[in-house]
Write a protein that binds this ligand. Sequence first.
Ligand SMILES: [Zn+2]
Length: 242
Amino acid sequence: MDVPAALFALQTCDLEIRRAAKLLDELPEKRAILETRHKADEVRQLKGKTEELVHRLERAITANTDEVATVDEKIVGVQKTLDSGQVTNPKEVHNLSREMDALKRREDKLDNDTITLMERLEKAREQVAKVEMALERLSARENQLITEYRAKGGEMQASLDSHKTQRAELAASLGDDLLARYETTAAAKGGIGAAKLLEVACSACRVELPAERLRELREGPDIGLCPNCRRLLVVRGADAVE
Ligand SMILES: [Zn+2]
């Protein structure tokens, strides 16, 4: 490829590289993956709290059950004493009856509490199950997004790599001086260091050039300088094929 064509091709290639890199970075799947992970973290925290509640309720129910067993034993003991006929003193019998009543009330209360706790436990377990399902859905969504990101991103990366290879070849064909001028200009002018002359205007700044400047450019070398934007201006041969 001739130098003027290579310079203009290099410019096109650089814009393509920039565009591809930006697209890769801004893939919506990438953002969606991060959002899904964030959401899953929140749900996992909720799961932890709900599981803690389940354990607390289970412990409370166990404690109640243990206490009921103890109270039961006491009731049996008091009943035995009453049935044995050994206690005949009315005051003592009265006291034992009162103790029996107190034990039974305690047992009733514990039983009622246990029922309430079991209802709460059931709800908490349902909540854990719901949260686990939500986590599964989020995990499936994340996997799907990763697959999509890899598919799209893979194509983009391959395209980016091939443009970079092409760029290296074009850059090598320009020669160090022209390449350096191009790169300095591109860095200073928003990534566009080279333009071509379109009829009477520069393809980068689009300003129509005065007849005198056009004549000077046409009489000058293949690669000049735009009098308006000061970019390298390919006067002829920009679109020449190899
Ligand atoms: Zn210009």
